[in-house]
Design a protein around this ligand. Structure first.
Ligand code: 0FX
Length: 243
């Protein structure tokens, strides 16, 4: 049985390969896994140029081939939208870093820190809408007052791997009941971009200001910024520590 894993996330690629290739699951004897990344992902192209176990792929122009070749296709943070024809003809499964239906779409934990909606990890069947199809399993991740986007995200990745470990065999064998959820809400990349410029005249509670800044603090990324009187762009990251 041929299975395709499409991802643009290097950490998850490594952890998925470990999961299926060794340890308790040891699935590679029973299923044939193939790996691909998005054709426009330059970082992956450079990193995997000499690795023939993973290839670049444009889903929209290879739909018929994908339908012919694979029984199940996984998206593990793949940054391409799957065409309707594909999701209606092959079981396509999304591993998503959010607790559907809350904050579907872009960077769910960032929005959860700001709007207080639940956060976590979800594995669901893909339909024609973004992060939307019937839910196979999910795990809530609690965001603490001291979490930043980065620390919350790391907990979510761990939850995604736990969900995969517990449900992958059933998903491959099509032995699960998927449950539809209400619509919830969706955030797009431009919603994230809109958050990043800080309005220095904004008056709000201190709590809301802290929440916004920790939501935009993620390792090396420069997200939150403002301009000073001379037009220089100043980036802000905050540090949260628990006693
Ligand atoms: O791979 P991924 O973790 O996931 C994203 C979406 O959140 C997800 O809903 C979608 N299904 C998937 C295809 O794409 O994204 P990433 O590796 O680009 O970013 C990981 C985290 O890094 C993100 O949650 C927040 C942080 N980040 C990322 C970028 C690019 C920032 O804080 N600033 C940035 O500019």
């Amino acid at each position: 049985m041929k299975v395709l894993l499409l991802t643009d996330n290097d950490q998850l690629l490594r952890r998925f390969r470990e999961l299926v290739g060794e340890g308790d699951l040891d699935l590679i004897k029973s299923y044939h896994f193939e790996y691909a990344y998005s054709w426009n992902n330059q970082e992956f192209r450079e990193k995997y140029k000499n690795d023939d176990r993973i290839f670049p792929l444009k889903v929209a122009t290879n739909t018929h081939e994908l339908i012919r070749k694979y029984k199940v296709i996984f998206s593990l943070h793949c940054k391409q939208f799957f065409p309707e024809e594909l999701v209606k003809n092959v079981r396509c499964i999304n591993v998503h870093p959010g607790l559907n239906p809350y904050n579907r779409g872009w960077f769910p934990q960032v929005f959860s820190i700001i709007n207080g909606l639940p956060c976590g990890a979800t594995i669901h069947e893909i339909d024609e809408k973004l992060d939307h199809g019937p839910v196979i399993c999910q795990e809530e991740v609690v965001i603490e007052k001291w979490d930043t986007s980065f620390s919350a995200y790391n907990k979510i990745l761990d939850a995604e791997i736990r969900l995969l470990r517990n449900s992958l065999v059933d998903i491959l064998d099509n032995k699960y009941v998927a449950v539809s959820k209400p619509e919830g809400n969706v955030n797009l990349k431009r919603d994230f971009d809109d958050l990043c410029e800080i309005d220095l005249d904004n008056t709000d509670t201190f709590l809301n200001h802290i929440n916004k800044l920790r939501a935009l603090t993620h390792g090396e990324y420069s997200n939150a910024f403002f301009f000073d009187e001379e037009g220089r762009k100043i980036f802000i990251n905050i540090e949260m520590t628990r006693e």
